[in-house]
Design a protein around this ligand. Structure first.
Ligand code: PGA
Length: 243
């Protein structure tokens, strides 16, 4: 089974020249590069084998009076096919709520962009036994009433596992599999019609040493990669394993 690798460049790199160099060095089938918005146009001319994704979008589909926002239509005009929605860094730093995430998911699907919905708990929520409650809420609100004949990716990204957090360590694949089963159960309750469209990714400190531990499982259909996706050699090792 072929796996999908999503490169979440976050707020990197600093210049368009560096962005072009990194995209050229990693462009491969099965890779979706999600750069900052400002590099999308340039990279749309460069990316050939892989695809282009965005790190966010606004919930109004077209154009309008929304200073600082980017619409799905604008993204599609730059050949963007996928969009990350509800990344924990946006939820934590910008106060993005489950309701905002839900609006973004609905708009992405309506306009034909494939959403990558991020969910996951903090260390404190994990340690206090609240992992299920948090994920249940994130999933139930985001996918309530959603209809789609396109895939919807759900990236389980435990916040404590994201490499930029203190003492971050990757999750254990068995734990990720447990969370995936749990999410399926939640969707079975809230919106069973879309169950067959769901595909699951793992994210959080994925690198070339641990990627296959996750990706060897059929249920984990890809990885959302931050830090390691900014190092061409490291990312290419992962891509070579999945192709
Ligand atoms: P990381 O980031 O691979 O650096 O842990 C993943 C993410 O935040 O999407």
């Amino acid at each position: 089974m072929s796996k999908l690798i999503i490169a979440n460049w976050k707020m990197n790199p600093a210049t368009v020249e560096e962005a072009v160099e990194l995209a050229r060095a990693t462009d491969q089938e099965h890779l979706i590069i999600c750069p900052p918005f400002i590099f999308l146009e340039e990279l749309s001319r460069i990316i050939d084998k892989g695809q282009l994704g965005a790190q966010d979008l606004f919930w109004e589909g077209d154009t309008g009076a929304f200073t600082g926002e980017i619409s799905p239509e604008e993204l599609k005009n730059l050949d963007v096919t996928h969009v990350i929605i509800g990344h924990s860094e946006r939820r934590q730093n910008l106060g993005e709520t489950n309701e905002m995430v839900a609006k973004k998911i609905a708009t992405a699907i309506e306009t034909g962009l494939i959403p990558i919905l991020c969910v996951g708990e903090t260390l404190e929520q994990k340690e206090s036994g609240h992992r299920e409650v948090v994920i249940q809420e994130e999933i139930a609100v985001a996918l309530d009433g959603v209809e789609s004949d396109q895939p919807i990716y759900i990236a389980y990204e435990p916040i404590w596992a994201i490499s930029t957090n203190p003492n971050a360590e990757p999750d254990k694949p068995e734990n990720t599999l447990e969370v995936i089963s749990f999410i399926k159960k939640v969707v079975q309750e809230v919106n069973p019609e879309i169950l067959s469209q769901l595909k699951f990714l793992y994210g959080g400190s994925v690198n070339s040493k641990n990627a296959s531990e996750f990706l060897q499982h059929d249920e984990i259909e890809g990885a959302l990669i931050g830090g390691a996706s900014l190092q061409a050699e490291e990312l290419n090792k992962i891509l070579n394993e999945v192709s």
